[in-house]
Design a protein around this ligand. Structure first.
Ligand SMILES: Nc1ncnc2c1ncn2[C@@H]1O[C@H](COP(=O)(O)OP(=O)(O)O)[C@@H](O)[C@H]1O
Ligand SMILES: N[C@@H](CC(=O)OP(=O)(O)O)C(=O)O
Length: 471
């Protein structure tokens, strides 16, 4: 695909595309291919694959006093980055390699601090976990320099991304846009390729924040919107956004076009391919986002744009699933016809910042069911018990999953849900709960965790997603 018509592209490279020196070199060559054609390229990088999870475990180990485990794992991270730096041509005495060493030492001290205090606040966790991206950005600079490009790496904060103080799930502040133009405009005009550490920003007071798991996609779109880029390209280890997770459904197909709304639903309902909020910065400008395959750069991938693009006979575009979900059933006299109770339940969930995946209320109004990620369920139960009025009982069932179908073509179409339920029945899947999003872009059901893979394949086949669209 030609980039000739573009003047500015933001390119995001995920953990897999940064996993070792060879992958980083390949990623750099993709950025260089367009930079050499005169396109200004802003590169945004994730941590090397696995590093974010490792840093989270290290922080937890330090907090519980297991400094030996923390140090062992830190040594692996140090080795992995120093080895990659060497392979990418970084000399031990070069400024970039010295900087890497200093970053690793600061990380070690931060972890030791957690160990001494036995205390890990959301703020300290963000500081520690963002080191993954701060350490991978210099490696990308080395790789770009190895291809004779001039590069300059920056933290998310230094690139101008200012956020609120919501550690672990921070949101950008409006004044970021001007800061980003200030911080990156000069570099771009001087022919330098900025390499921005993804996933992170900083508060006005200078504390490091993170944008939520998978947040590098979000960093890329925040930068693209501020810089009025022509497009954002998210390079992945898949062809694009697929009709289902290709690890579960071998005949999943690439989706050519999706709307911002569709991609948000897909991400919300578990498609790990993009951050659920990634397209939100683009909604005003309509800047397109392309999900592209790093292994096959000329393949068009998936174009994500403002407008919905429907194929006749194909109301559903994709099937997604979220595993490890809890269902919380709220029953009791207090639920009977008392909308305030429902609103107080929602308030409690919202205050705790818990993702509410599904809600359903029985027609008798005597029962409300909520689907919540297992990881949030204990907090949710606690919050619900403290919030509600009346005589309510709460019952939690774990080991469930949410399966969703997504597509703009289902709006106003009869029979789509019925087709999904028939497919599930034929696959002997018991449906525990049903809900349709008010946007009419999705229908979701709660099922048993153990039945997710078979159910996904059955629904995928029922909507003809594994082959060419029906006429
Ligand atoms: N509908 C889907 N389309 C494409 N990929 C999906 C989908 N659902 C889940 N995935 C998984 O998401 C992965 C890509 O996301 P991720 O690894 O986070 O990307 P990144 O390269 O940005 O780190 C793929 O390897 C794939 O297994
Ligand atoms: N490293 C962060 C941010 C990210 O976006 O990663 P990836 O692009 O590898 O999904 C995470 O794991 O959440």
């Amino acid at each position: 695909m030609s980039g000739m018509s573009h003047s500015l592209l933001v390119m995001k490279f995920g953990g897999t595309n940064m996993q070792d020196a060879a992958a980083i070199r390949h990623s750099a060559s993709l950025a260089a291919r367009w930079a050499r054609q005169g396109v200004k390229v802003v590169v945004v990088v994730s941590a090397m694959a696995g590093v974010t999870n490792a840093l989270l475990s290290i922080a937890d180990a330090a907090e519980t006093g297991d400094i030996a485990a923390a140090n062992d794992s830190l040594a692996e991270i140090r080795h992995r980055h120093m080895a990659a730096a060497g392979e990418l041509g970084g000399r031990p005495d070069s400024a970039t390699v010295r900087e890497l060493r200093e970053l690793l030492e600061t990380l070690r001290q931060a972890i030791y601090g957690v160990y001494l205090l036995r205390e890990l606040s959301p703020r300290s966790r963000d500081l520690i976990v963002a080191f993954g991206e701060r350490l991978s950005a210099p490696l990308m600079s080395l790789a770009l320099e190895g291809l004779e490009l001039r590069a300059h790496h920056l933290t998310g904060g230094a690139a101008g991304i200012l956020t609120d103080r919501h550690f672990g799930g921070a949101r950008p502040l409006p004044q970021s846009a001007e800061r980003i133009r200030d911080r990156l405009g000069g570099l771009l005009d001087a022919g330098v390729t900025p390499v921005v550490a993804g996933f992170m920003g900083e508060t006005e007071g200078g504390s490091v924040t993170t944008l939520g798991r998978g947040g590098t996609d979000y960093s890329a779109t925040i930068l693209a919107e501020a810089l009025r880029a022509d497009e954002v390209w998210a390079w992945k280890d898949v062809d694009g956004v697929m009709t289902a997770d290709p690890r579960v459904v071998p005949d999943a197909q690439n989706i050519e076009v999706l709307s911002y709304g569709e991609v948000m639903e897909l991400a919300y309902f578990g498609a790990k391919v993009l951050h659920p909020l990634a397209v939100t910065p683009l909604q005003d400008s309509g800047i397109p986002l392309r999900v592209k395959s790093a292994a096959d750069p000329d393949f068009p991938g998936t174009l994500v744009q403002r407008e919905t693009h429907n194929t006749p006979g194909r109301p559903v575009k994709a099937v997604t699933a979220i595993r490890n979900v809890s269902l919380i059933n709220v029953t009791g006299a207090g639920v009977l016809g008392v909308p305030e109770v429902v609103s107080s339940l929602f308030g409690a969930i919202a205050r705790e910042n818990i993702t509410l995946l599904m809600v359903s209320q029985s027609s008798s109004m005597s029962n409300v069911s909520l689907a919540i990620p297992d990881a949030d369920a204990a907090r949710a139960m606690e919050a619900l018990r403290h919030s509600a009025t009346g005589e309510l009982t709460y019952e939690q069932q774990t080991g469930k999953a949410v399966l969703a179908i997504v597509g703009g073509g289902m709006r106003g179409q009869l029979g789509v849900s019925a087709r999904m339920f028939t497919a599930l029945a034929e696959a002997q899947t018991n449906i525990l709960m049903i809900s349709q999003g008010s946007s009419e872009l999705n229908v979701s059901v709660a099922i048993e965790n153990t039945e997710v893979d078979a159910a996904t394949r059955a629904v995928h086949a029922a909507f003809g997603l594994g082959g060419p669209a029906e006429a």
